[in-house]
Design a protein around this ligand. Sequence first.
Ligand code: ZN
Length: 240
Amino acid sequence: MRIALFGDIHANLEALNAVLEDAASQDCTDRVCLGDIVGYNANPGECLDLIREMECPVVKGNHDEDASGDHCLETMNPIAATALEWTREQLSDEQRKWLRTLRMVRQVSAFTMVHSTLDQPQAWNYVTNKFDAMSNFSYQFTHVCFHGHTHVPRVFVKDNRVREVAAELVEVEEDFKYFINVGSVGQPRDGDPRACYAIYDVPRNLIIFRRVDYDRKTTQQKILDAGLPPNLAERLSDGR
Ligand code: ZN
């Protein structure tokens, strides 16, 4: 069993298609989506339909929540809020209803999935260091938990203490716990503009991070054509 784990797609259809193709070429048999299907980029409805057709386990991201509700977005970063107002208009009532029904946390086979953290999934806290990861581990009852939200691939390991290890090839040890950020498909923020996702090779106890090139120019042009903030197109080139 090889599972492709991806999230923070953010309506980037070209990046999503490239990741799905790469996952197929890597013999992935299963897929899971860690939330934030929509927001920022220009193909929210298309990405949502594609994920839905796969019938894979999905958890809700903060942008999925904001795009599916009618609440005021005033307290949000103005660029993200502009994109979310636009996204609300693009989605049908039925698509927004589907986003609303997504669960915050799911357990799939032997692992857990959440968009942000297990201790307070609805608070959308960001995990950027081992201290942030500690509170999550108190609520993590499976060996491995996958998440997203910061758009930066990261691996936290807990044995008798919590530490961060490089987000490269991870050999999953029997006695440790792992809290793993799979990076972002549609808006990476670690300085590498390529789409990011992870593969969990269950029989070999390996987690593999993948970076995939995609047709960024098309995505950027669609953002500009839609009248979305140009900064959203520019940042895709920088991976920030
Ligand atoms: Zn996100």
